[in-house]
Design a protein around this ligand. Structure first.
Ligand code: NAG
Ligand code: NAG
Ligand code: NAG
Ligand code: NAG
Ligand code: NAG
Ligand code: NAG
Length: 465
């Protein structure tokens, strides 16, 4: 989405959510008096003594901030799976955010229904959202409240120093969204029909830094499960994401315009990319991920509609990709600009993967994309220790680089890919790609061009730094 549109959307949503929630908050229950905890600056009156607070701190005379635990039940949440608990969650968040540091506790043994909501910061001190129960959205497009965004469910905006953790479950209730007629293959004869298509991303972290997401379980998101945009210093560890192989656009984790993102020790199966890395991503580290079924780990798509994209310093290592359409993929549209550079895929086991190693600079969803004379420049990509089996419907190694801009410095070391069953098929495919195999590979790759293209100076000038 173009940057301007995104910014407008966010402003609109922030506006909508603030007008939406300011009135009912006061009408709901006495629990909302929690909103009137004394602020640290003393600008609000103390709470009425008749309100008993669960482990909330006394108005602290001590200079050390204490960590309050704010249970959403104390803010009026019901957790019966039917009642809309959005306001209670918002109140708990706002309290914790104002008073921080704090823990917002979503207790075990309850199922909370939450509508599309923006949890906004910046907050006073570190916040932990401890989710031990179940959280779910309204069930499908018809149940989605009017006037709330259909493109995102749980949004964390300017939420710095936030930890999201717990042994609970986020149940995205995606099935009715996947069945919208506009989704791929939902029309007759597997065509796509028109109609409203917006579907919510389950978690969106926007303009936030110092985030940790630990041990979260989520399944069946209507669209992407996690999206990090304009974030910095993000650690995702030991999470589990699970959606059916045929659920459309259910990328596990999408990252864009973000810096210093680590994704570790997690298990992801979905109907789209396990992890997708979009434009503006720098210093992305992925380690010990088990992916599949999925569409693999992708950088891109980049350069759509002649946009400029920069992705640099991406490492994916010690991971497994199984029963997936792609393994490690770089995909760009023709006509873009910018660069993808310093990418390392290392020690990755493939199990029955259709395109284990693929660069596709002719990415095109409509099949009528025109040839264009610019492209996102791909360079300095190394594949080391990529082993396992491929699904013989496609060659295991495919480097389809742009006519306009060759890929350069693509290196292969210890690559061993064997057919999952049947005979090995077609040789690796190379088009306009420079680099070398540093060891013997299986299958042998003899189609890489050696050295550097003559036009290297022109290309390099377009590289992003
Ligand atoms: C679907 O495909 C069948 C066989 O290819 C064809 O006879 C039928 O007309 C198609 N239906 C529509 C609605 O396109
Ligand atoms: C990154 O975020 C973590 C919290 O998730 C924090 O402990 C750490 O200090 C941050 N690092 C930097 C460089 O800000
Ligand atoms: C890799 O992640 C899995 C969870 O998917 C975990 O059980 C295992 O201990 C991790 N391995 C290492 C070496 O951290
Ligand atoms: C590349 O990213 C890693 C984190 O994934 C970071 O430790 C390293 O310093 C980065 N390298 C450069 C040259 O910035
Ligand atoms: C685009 O370029 C490819 C390869 O150079 C060529 O085979 C194809 O015919 C071209 N397509 C169009 C629409 O010009
Ligand atoms: C080629 O890329 C590798 C990283 O994959 C890097 O270490 C090396 O310096 C690059 N070579 C050149 C000539 O830039």
């Amino acid at each position: 989405m173009p940057q301007m549109e995104l910014v407008k959307m966010v402003i609109l949503l922030v506006f909508i959510s603030s007008t939406f929630y300011s009135t009912p908050v006061h009408a709901r229950s006495h629990h909302h008096h929690h909103k009137k905890h004394p602020r640290r600056d003393g600008s609000e009156p103390p709470p009425s003594p008749s309100i008993s607070l669960p482990p909330a701190p006394a108005p602290a005379p001590s200079p050390e901030p204490t960590t309050a635990v704010l249970n959403v039940l104390s803010f009026g949440a019901v957790g019966d799976g039917v009642t809309d608990d959005t306001e209670a969650f918002k109140s708990a968040w706002d309290s914790a955010c104002e008073e921080g540091p704090g823990v917002v506790l979503v207790p075990q043994g309850y199922a909370f229904k939450i509508s599309s909501t923006i949890f906004a910061g910046p907050c006073h001190g570190e916040l932990t959202l401890q989710v031990d129960g179940t959280i779910m959205p309204p069930d499908g497009p018809d149940a989605w409240p009017q006037g709330t965004s259909r493109r995102q469910w749980l949004v964390f905006y300017r939420a710095n120093d936030l930890t999201l953790q717990g042994g609970g479950l986020f149940d995205g209730k995606g099935a009715k969204w996947w069945d919208l007629p506009c989704k791929p293959h939902k029309g007759r004869n597997h065509t796509t029909l028109t109609g409203p298509c917006d579907s919510p991303v389950a978690f969106r972290f926007f303009m936030s830094s110092n985030l940790a997401v630990h041990r979260i379980r989520i399944h069946n998101s209507p669209q992407f499960h996690f999206r990090f945009d304009n974030c910095r210093n993000v650690t995702v560890d030991a999470i589990s994401i699970n959606s059916p192989a045929l659920s459309p656009n259910t990328d596990g984790i999408h990252v864009e315009n973000s810096v210093d993102v680590g994704i570790y020790n997690s298990v992801i199966s979905s109907g789209d990319d396990c992890v997708s890395i979009g434009a503006g991503s720098t210093n992305i580290h992925i380690r010990n991920l088990t992916c599949g079924p999925s569409h693999g780990i992708s950088i891109g798509s980049l350069g759509k509609q002649n946009t400029r994209a920069c992705v640099t310093n991406v490492t994916v290592k010690d991971s497994v990709i199984k029963h997936s359409d792609n393994g490690v993929r770089i995909k760009t549209w023709q006509g873009g600009s910018g660069s993808v550079s310093w990418v390392s895929f290392e020690n990755i086991r493939m199990d029955t993967v259709r395109n284990p190693i693929i660069i596709n600079q002719y990415y095109c969803l409509t099949k009528v994309c025109k040839n264009q004379t610019s492209a996102v420049y791909v360079s300095d990509v190394s594949y080391a220790g990529i082993k396992g089996s491929y699904d013989t419907r496609s060659p295991p190694i495919h480097f389809g680089c742009s006519d306009a801009v060759p890929c350069t410095n693509i290196t292969l070391t210890d690559v061993e890919l064997l057919p999952a069953q049947g005979d090995a098929i077609a040789d690796p495919f190379c088009w306009n790609v420079y680099g070398e195999s540093q060891t013997l590979t299986i299958p042998p790759v003899s189609c890489l061009l050696q050295g550097l293209p003559r036009s290297i100076m022109d290309i390099d000038s377009d590289r992003c730094y």
